[in-house]
Design a protein around this ligand. Structure first.
Ligand SMILES: [Zn+2]
Length: 92
């Protein structure tokens, strides 16, 4: 069964190929030379590489969402500070 190989989880470039050494197969990125887990057959090597890529995409998504939440939290703190300043100014 032919499978598509996902982009490299380490550099994001879609320039990979399947390599083999002794009795193992693994995906290699020709851009950054990263290699995936070794497997007894090419399909297994691609499947493991793609799993690695999916985990990386999820981690990247969570990192982006965390940064976005931190930005929003910073704005919220600023609004809270502004409101307290208005309340303070109006009571004097
Ligand atoms: Zn790469």
């Amino acid at each position: 069964m032919a499978q598509l190989i996902d982009v490299c989880p380490f550099c994001g470039v879609n320039h990979t190929h399947i390599s083999h050494h002794l009795l193992t197969f693994f995906v290699v990125c020709q851009h950054c030379n990263s290699s995936g887990p070794r497997h007894r057959n090419a399909d297994g090597a691609i499947k493991d590489w793609n799993s690695l890529s999916q985990v990386h995409k999820k981690a990247q998504f969570l990192t982006e969402q965390t940064e976005r939440m931190q930005t929003l939290l910073g704005r919220l703190y600023q609004i809270e500070s502004d409101v307290w300043q208005i309340v303070h100014d109006s009571s004097n």
